[in-house]
Design a protein around this ligand. Structure first.
Ligand SMILES: Nc1ncnc2c1ncn2[C@@H]1O[C@H](COP(=O)(O)OP(=O)(O)O)[C@@H](O)[C@H]1O
Ligand SMILES: [Mg+2]
Length: 283
């Protein structure tokens, strides 16, 4: 890793040498993670999920960020009395079905978050099975959905570890306008560590370039990431588009807010690519 080129072989499954276990579809719980803030995690969780919901897939977003941007961006009133959040499910044994909220899209549901998730980091430190809490919750509902996306917070603490333990795959958004190569290496090592110690089935599902604009920097980032991560990089690149940044203030995905926008088209294209990749991803 010191030369900046991660050893991809160690994290992507070597299909040739894989033993003759049953060929089944890859699991569908996907964490969207990058410890850097503002790279497009929440935007990707919401709009990729909406795209798949429009494709008639049943999709759940788990908001695992105390900022609760995915919840509010999909119209959930996070201050509503009696709202059950992922926090209560993980720490107080609340019923996961009571936490699942509807959105404007029939096929898209959310388990909301709120600021108390910050405290959860501390409370979990001494909890038994502290890294498996989210897995225990999601295992109860995973058969009810085609896709479950976990929108992670910008840190690699216990909640994000929980997400990586619950997940089968990780999507890593990388912002084209600012390439944090070291940050990516650190995330990569965390994923490796979780895979080794807590969740052997974890794979990097894909690297997504976000906020692409036609500057030289953007093009350079695209080239660098492709040369490090090769086939892991999604063909779909999300361009910078103002409709994408406007949509959350209307509590909508860009796909419902302005279906004809470039942003909606990019995320629909990503949804199709993700669906195809999942179907081809044999275990
Ligand atoms: N493709 C895009 N075009 C324009 N704005 C974007 C795009 N992707 C994300 N943004 C904006 O950038 C900001 C950070 O994105 P966000 O998804 O919240 O990042 P993260 O969840 O990683 O912190 C938000 O204001 C969002 O609306
Ligand atoms: Mg976010």
């Amino acid at each position: 890793m010191s030369n900046g080129k991660p050893n991809i072989e160690s994290i992507t499954k070597n299909k040739e040498t894989k033993n003759n276990e049953k060929y089944t579809k890859m699991g569908k719980i996907i964490a969207i993670a990058n410890q850097k803030g503002g790279v497009g995690k929440t935007t990707t969780a919401v709009n990729l999920a909406a795209g798949l919901a429009v494709m008639e897939k049943k999709v759940l977003i788990v908001d695992a960020d105390p900022q609760a941007n995915a919840s509010s961006g999909l119209g959930i009133d996070i201050n509503k009395e009696g709202l059950t959040t992922i926090y209560e499910c993980m720490l107080d044994g609340a019923d996961v079905h009571a936490a699942i909220q509807d959105t404007d899209l029939e096929n898209l549901k959310v388990i909301p978050s709120m600021t108390d998730l910050v405290g959860a980091e501390l409370e979990l430190v001494d909890a038994p099975n502290r890294s498996y809490k989210m897995k225990e919750i999601l295992d109860q509902v995973k058969d009810e959905f085609d896709y479950i996306f976990i929108d992670c917070m910008p840190s690699l603490g216990i909640i994000t570890t929980n997400a990586l333990v619950a997940a089968h795959g990780v999507i890593v958004p990388v912002q084209c306008e600012y390439y944090a190569e070291e940050g990516l290496a650190k995330l990569y090592q965390t994923i490796l560590l979780v895979k080794k110690q807590l969740n052997p089935q974890l794979e990097i599902f894909g690297i997504l370039l976000t906020m692409f604009n036609h500057t030289n920097l953007s093009k350079q980032v695209l080239e660098d990431v492709k040369s490090s991560f090769n086939q892991l990089v999604f063909n779909t690149v999300i361009k910078r588009n103002t409709r994408i940044s406007e949509a959350p203030s209307y509590a909508e995905s860009v796909i419902t807010y302005d279906a004809s926008s470039a942003g909606a088209k990019d995320y629909m294209e990503l949804a199709a690519e993700v669906d195809e990749r999942l179907n081809n991803w044999k275990k």
